[in-house]
Design a protein around this ligand. Structure first.
Ligand code: FAD
Length: 478
């Protein structure tokens, strides 16, 4: 491809900014990034309180965040943030020892005598986790490569989760099982207990419930290595917040994002014509990292930060048919100042609230800075669950009230909420569409009409998967 082509990138989050970085690295520097808000980073959002940044969006990474590491090297930042610690509570505030692997590991005998039931359960769980690890390596070989190309056809194709991220490709018909909801997938493989561990960085991090979400999403994100890093609290954080990674990346790009860009219309033909802030601009190619969902009567898109793609983009029939299948999670965070004397010693996970029956309840409250009671504690809740007959959605205001009430119940008394963050979270498709080859069809559209699709839906809604997908896209098509 001619290196001088003019490329428009829609969105200044991790996907859009990293697409520009990888394009630059390959010698394409005639690009423009349009960001609709007044800042970059998207869901990596780190506001300031008392001179320190806290996290309302992305918090952490793991050592296998190789693509995020590309950005770190390019932008001159590193994961220099506070060490995370966690503990567990029941919804009524009592301590929950069932997952306290740290205590069990430190002194197994003492742990057994103090919490015999929890110790036995942990042993059973550990056995199934080991079994699961073996299954993933053998029966599901290729499950963890970047993106979803070929999975529904029993193939794998992408970058390996390894230091050198070498391209891998192969045939494995068992991979078709990844279209099943994760709950069914675990039951089919005789390892139901692993859900209790995987749920902690999955459902509580807003990615939905295991009876509705295809195993492919769960395992692309929480491949075995990443999951073990989570279990062992081997995590990365950034002192100035995850948003600072993308601010630094933006500052190092030849053409930083154009903020407050309101794209009114995109018309594609021989060229791509974009009407932005009342002016027409012409490009050769467009990369869209903004939400692709097209709203329908059955699947509406009522969200304060995302609009249906067809309100600003000349969506064609093929795109409409596919993008109307996308749904997203309603996952909201509240930053709370805590009453004197109640600032928690660590972050707390409430595993019993990570099930659909407890929709809308507090799943995690997160403490970023140790012994800094003036810093906010951030709450996390989900308020949408999809079932075969429609599912349930809790209104934003009702969920907000439930969460603040839960904070009282667990003994983390809130002085006042200081900031609320509502997002368009984790776009995905459901099992039936995944199995019917949704990804194969969208991948086959890449490049048609001078258009490329990137961002969360194309891989998974975390920093590393979105950046790695942008990497993959640039490698494949530019
Ligand atoms: C509460 C929370 C916790 C999270 N925790 C983690 C975590 O610990 N680790 C992790 O790896 N990930 C985490 N994530 C997920 C991570 O933040 C996202 O997966 C990542 O930011 C996705 O990058 P993206 O560029 O695809 O989308 P986004 O971050 O959503 O960025 C999209 C950008 O496009 C802009 N945009 C949208 N529409 C338009 C338009 N029409 N025109 C111009 N611009 C547009 C938006 O304003 C935004 O800046 C978390 C997210 C949240 C909300």
């Amino acid at each position: 491809m001619d290196k001088n082509i003019r490329i428009a990138i829609v969105g200044g989050g991790p996907a859009g900014l990293s697409a520009a970085m990888y394009l630059e690295k390959k010698g394409y520097d005639n690009y423009v990034i349009y960001e609709k808000t007044d800042h970059v980073g998207g869901k990596c959002h780190s506001p300031v309180c008392n001179g320190k940044r806290y996290e309302m969006g992305a918090i952490m990474g793991v050592p296998s965040y190789f693509a995020v590491h590309d950005v770190e090297l390019f932008a001159g930042v590193t994961h220099d943030g506070p060490k995370l610690n966690r503990n567990y509570k029941y919804p009524d505030g009592r301590p929950d020892y069932r997952f306290d692997t740290e205590a069990a590991r430190k002194n197994p005998t003492a742990f057994f005598f103090k919490h015999p039931k929890a110790a036995l359960h942990m042993k059973k769980m550990a056995k199934q986790i080991k079994q699961f690890g073996n299954l993933l390596e053998t029966k599901y070989k290729g499950y963890d490569v970047t993106g979803h190309i070929g999975v529904s056809e029993g193939r794998y194709e992408g970058f390996a989760v390894a230091e050198d991220r070498h391209p891998v490709k192969g045939v494995n018909p068992n991979l078709k099982d990844l279209a099943l909801p994760f709950k069914e997938f675990c039951e089919k493989n005789g390892v139901p207990l692993v859900q209790e561990v995987w749920v902690q960085p999955f459902t509580s991090f807003g990615y939905g419930y295991f009876d509705e979400i295809p195993a492919a999403y769960v395992l692309k994100y929480l491949d075995f290595r990443t999951m073990m890093d989570f279990v062992n609290v081997n995590l990365w954080t950034w002192k100035d917040g995850t948003q600072s990674i993308y601010e630094a990346l933006n500052a190092h790009l030849k053409h930083p994002a154009l903020l407050k860009s309101n794209i009114e219309k995109v018309v594609r033909g021989e060229k791509v014509t974009i009407t932005v802030n009342g002016k027409e601009e012409v490009f050769d190619k467009i990369i869209v990292t903004a939400p692709l969902q097209v709203a329908t009567e059955k699947n509406p898109l009522i969200n304060p930060i995302a609009k249906s793609l067809d309100t600003w983009f000349d969506v064609n029939d093929e795109e409409r048919a596919l993008f109307s299948k996308i749904d997203y999670e309603r996952y909201d965070t509240i930053a709370c100042k805590i009453k004197k004397g109640f600032y928690p010693d660590v972050s707390y996970y409430i595993v019993d609230n990570m099930v659909p029956e407890r929709l809308g309840h507090l799943m995690v409250y997160y403490r970023r800075w140790k012994d800094e009671p003036d810093q906010p504690i951030v709450t996390y809740a989900l308020r949408h669950h999809r079932t075969a007959n429609g599912g349930k959605e809790i209104a934003y205001e009702d969920c907000d009230k439930m969460v603040l009430q839960d904070m009282e119940t667990v003994g983390c008394h809130v002085d006042k909420p200081i900031y609320r963050f509502q997002t368009y979270y984790f776009p995905h498709v459901y099992s039936e569409d995944y199995a019917a080859g949704w990804y194969e069809k969208v991948e086959a559209m890449q490049g048609k009409n001078n258009t490329y699709y990137a961002g969360e839906i194309m891989s998974f809604g975390d920093m590393d998967e979105t950046i790695e997908y942008s990497h993959d896209l640039v490698e494949r098509f530019f």
